[in-house]
Design a binder for this molecule. Structure first.
Ligand code: SF4
Length: 317
């Protein structure tokens, strides 16, 4: 069952040089209890896609068309008041830097109690019990004592766990994890990814994982969508993707993964385009080693590679 579905999303920014399109017919969906990884280099449109879901866009951004369905209802038709009941409670964001979500002036307990009171309508002892349960669920040792700590007394990994605890306290159905481990040490990265995976299997939470790092995705995603310059260029079940990647950009990303470094390390020449650069045809063509004449003239459609596997590359024509 699809819990989240982004359909034909088009978005742009008002800039001094005029309106510049940043997302082009973005389509992806998240199945209940599964993890979808949205992968691509920085600036490819992953984060702005997810900010569209939460309707937390900068003032200069404008969605020009598309729909975003959560449990069958189009969030783009929701008022700000209605969105406030969804954000944090039903769909929670696990940010790259946990300090953007934690208030340094309040204890972890106070911050957990605040969201529990607002979104779960619990007060007093019941709310405190829920706060403790949530902190225990994210495996923070001595959780009872840690509730009284301030964010600066937590390590980076523990802060990230506290953010996840807030989402669990509200029984969020979807976690949007936006580069959740980038600011953490490698060993802590694995612990946070394992925690997200445990939450998914134990509570049936659905996870939208936003990352530039395919190595992180390997064991954690059920489905992968690769984004380049505001478009989804390949989408496939994770197993299929790693066994049979199709799009030249996906292949280049895979060949630049650290695990492959003892064999042949492929670097992707050049930089991804910004929204200010007009590139005709396939936007990957200036960096693609397989580029041939049609690639410069028109945008490739999505070609079906196998069941649930699509790739937008003319080599499949
Ligand atoms: Fe490369 Fe052409 Fe495929 Fe684009 S359409 S990825 S330029 S081969």
């Amino acid at each position: 069952m699809k819990i989240l579905e982004v359909k034909n999303l088009n978005l742009g920014f008002k800039t001094e040089a005029g309106f510049r399109q940043a997302l082009f017919d973005v389509n992806f969906s998240l199945e209940k209890g599964k993890t979808l990884a949205l992968v691509g280099e920085s600036g490819c449109g992953k984060s702005i896609s997810t900010m569209s879901i939460l309707k937390l866009l900068p003032k200069t951004a404008q969605i020009t068309s598309g729909e975003i369905f959560y449990n069958g209802k189009n969030l783009l038709e929701y008022s700000e008041k209605e969105m406030q009941k969804i954000r944090g409670a039903k769909i929670a964001l696990i940010p790259q830097d946990p300090m953007t979500s934690l208030n340094p002036l309040y204890t972890i307990e106070n911050q957990l109690l605040e969201v529990i009171e607002i979104h779960q309508n619990l007060k007093g002892e019941k709310a405190r019990k829920k706060a403790l349960e949530s902190l225990e669920m994210v495996q923070i040792p001595c959780a009872k004592d840690r509730l009284k700590a301030y964010p600066h007394e937590f390590s980076g990994g523990m802060k990230q766990r506290a953010i996840i605890a807030m989402a669990l306290a509200c029984q969020a159905e979807i976690l949007i994890a936006d580069e959740p481990t980038t600011a953490l040490d490698v060993t802590i990265q694995a612990q946070i990814m394992n925690l997200l995976s445990d939450i998914k299997s134990q509570l049936g939470t659905s996870i939208l994982l936003i990352t530039h790092d395919l190595a992180l995705v390997g064991e954690n995603a059920d489905e992968i969508a690769v984004m380049y310059a505001g478009r989804i260029v390949e989408k496939a079940p994770a197993k299929d993707f790693f066994k049979n990647p199709n799009h030249p950009y996906s292949k280049a990303l895979l060949n630049s993964m650290p695990a492959k470094r003892e064999t042949i390390l492929e670097t992707i020449q050049g930089q991804p385009p910004t929204i200010h650069q007009d590139i005709s045809g396939c936007k990957f063509h200036p960096r693609c080693k397989y580029c041939f004449e049609p690639c410069k003239k028109s945008v490739p459609e999505n070609y079906k590679i196998s069941e649930n596997h699509i790739s937008a590359c003319f080599l499949n024509k």
